[in-house]
Structure formats: C-alpha cells, structure tokens
Design a protein around this ligand. Structure first.
Ligand code: SF4
Length: 312
C-alpha cells in the first residue's frame, strides 16, 4: 500500500489527479470484462510493489506501437507503465546507447533470467541467415532466440511481431516472419497496427491481478480483446442490414453514416474490441470517423485484406 501511495503521489506531482488514475483503472477493468467492483483491485495491482520485470525489444518495425502506448491522450501513461512494469530495457526510452545499451540488455537478461516478461515489437528477417536486420552486430534472429529462451512469457505487440507485418508483405524481400515463427516459442499476440494501448496494459494487468496471462484465441490473441467481431458490434450495422451503403467517400451516404462495406470495410473479417474501447481516450475509431476497417488486427492483413478500398 505504501508503494501505491508513492505511485499516486508521483502521478499527482505530474498534475494528474487520483480521479483520472481511477478513471483509467476503470477503463482497464471494463476492457478485461471484470465487474466494476474490481476497480480498486486493478488500481492496487497497477501500483503493486512486486513488479514484473520487462525487457522490450525492437526488431523490424516502425516503433509506432511504442509510440501509440507512450503518447496516448493520457500524458502520464508512461509514468504508469514504468510503475506497473520494471522496464529493464527499452531501446526507445532508455538512456544508454551503443555498447552501454548492449551491456544493459545482457545484464537485464542475466539478472532476471527465467523471470522477465519479454515484449517484442517487430518482425524477424530470416533470409540469408537474418542479415537484413541487425542490432549491435547481432542478427535480430539471434537476439530473439536468446531473449525468448529465458523469458517467463513473450508478448508480441503489433502486427509485425505477431505475424511479420508490413515487411512480410509480398514480395517480402527480407523473409520477415513473426517472432513465434522465427523462434519456435509460443507468444501472446496483441495484434493491430498499432494495437490499442489499452489492450497492452490490460494484458499486463491481467497477469498482475490473477498471476497468469489471459486466455487466447487460436491466433494467440487475448480473448478479452479479440473475442468479438467488428461487424457484429459496429454502430453502422443497421445500415448494412438495411442495404444503406456509402458508394463513394464524401457522398450522401457518407454524410449520413451509412455502412462502409462497398468502400472496402474489412470489419466482417476482423476481430477486435475497437467499437467498444475506441482510441484516444475513447474519442473515436476508424469506422466512427468514416474510414473502412482495414483489418489490421488480423495476421498478414497487408496481403490478405488488401486492396483496402475494394469490397470483400
Ligand atoms: S461499416 Fe464495416 S463493420 Fe460496420 S457494418 Fe459496415 S461492413 Fe460491418
């Protein structure tokens, strides 16, 4: 509890009220599908003294998933992430560089061997022995194999780590694949391009709260977030049933918020909690803003869901 007070005081010192923190905990609780009475327990879990150690590695990707997490509308979420997790290594936010960074990774993997949660962002180039993706002279393939081997669990964040991502799209010149395919280690996949940050936090909170990772679907995605179909939960669904379709961006149907199926919506193929949670503090989501879903939380969506603006 003492630690919880410390966390709350630090957050307050950054100009964030306890009320906002509790509001965020309420959101995490609802994303996990837990009863509102669990909010205090989620808040306690997020501020617990026993924090799991995380090593966050970047492979072939754009760092958009880290950015989406750290630059949310909650300007203080980085503070909470660093409080919820003992982040021992994260190339985007850590201070060391060069050899010192290499040493940080080595030290973290040695000190927390068998106990750290490995979070991976990015696909793994496999062609020609993995030479098309290197960090500090080592191939991403070798780094991923070594890091997954001694991890307590491996969480893949974003479509690149989960299924290879944009660099794995045809013709896939570097032979990029998912972390699971490259290493043979079973991963938890927080899919999306980028994934909703709340689903990353909720997965970690689930572990803190219940001592285990959440139930997964056949694609390795947490069911609490990916167990529902976009089309079945879409606010435009009544227009689909009524045969009211946007024919062209900016037409009358678009103005009236009709269904986007004929301009390429992939909602019927896609599983995610976007309609419920939305992005940017629940402000909106692509379909809400009049853009068809491109199916970014489905594996290999760059190849399998494109052309994005043609009907399924
Ligand atoms: S906009 Fe997309 S997800 Fe929504 S009802 Fe139409 S096809 Fe389904």
């Amino acid at each position: 509890m003492e630690h919880k007070e410390e966390v709350l005081e630090r957050i307050e010192a950054k100009g964030v009220s306890r009320r906002d923190f509790v509001k965020y905990c309420t959101l995490v609780t609802s994303v996990l599908g837990l009863a509102p009475s669990m909010v205090p327990r989620v808040a306690e879990a997020m501020a617990a003294k026993q924090r799991p150690t995380a090593i966050w590695l970047h492979f072939a990707e754009c760092t958009g998933c880290s950015e989406a997490l750290l630059r949310t509308t909650y300007p203080w979420i980085d503070e909470v992430v660093l409080e919820v997790l003992n982040v021992a290594y994260h190339e985007t936010i850590m201070a060391p560089s060069g050899e010192a960074a290499e040493k940080s990774l080595h030290d973290a993997m040695t000190q927390y061997k068998g106990k750290y949660i490995l979070i991976c962002e990015g696909g793994i180039p496999m062609k020609d022995g993995g030479v098309y993706g290197k960090v500090g002279g080592k191939t991403m393939l070798d780094i991923a194999k070594a890091a997954t081997k001694d991890a307590l669990a491996t969480i893949c964040v974003g479509n690149c780590a989960c299924s290879g991502g944009v660099q794995a799209a045809k013709p896939n010149p570097t032979g990029a694949v998912s972390v699971e395919k490259a290493t043979g280690v079973k991963t938890i996949n927080i899919n999306g391009c980028p994934p909703n940050p709340i689903n990353i936090i909720a997965t970690v909170v689930h572990y803190l709260l219940l001592g285990k990772l959440p139930a997964l679907d056949a694609k390795g995605r947490p069911l609490f977030a990916y167990g529902m179909n976009i089309h079945d939960n879409c606010p435009r669904r009544a227009h689909y049933e009524a045969g009211e379709f946007v024919k062209k961006f900016g037409d009358e149907g678009a103005m009236k918020g009709w269904c986007l199926a004929e301009v390429g919506c992939k909602g019927p193929n896609t599983f995610n909690n976007c309609p419920q949670v939305m992005f940017n503090d629940g402000t909106n989501w692509p379909i809400g803003a009049g853009h068809p879903c491109i199916g970014c939380s489905e594996p290999n969506f760059w190849d399998e869901q494109s052309p994005f603006y043609q009907p399924i």
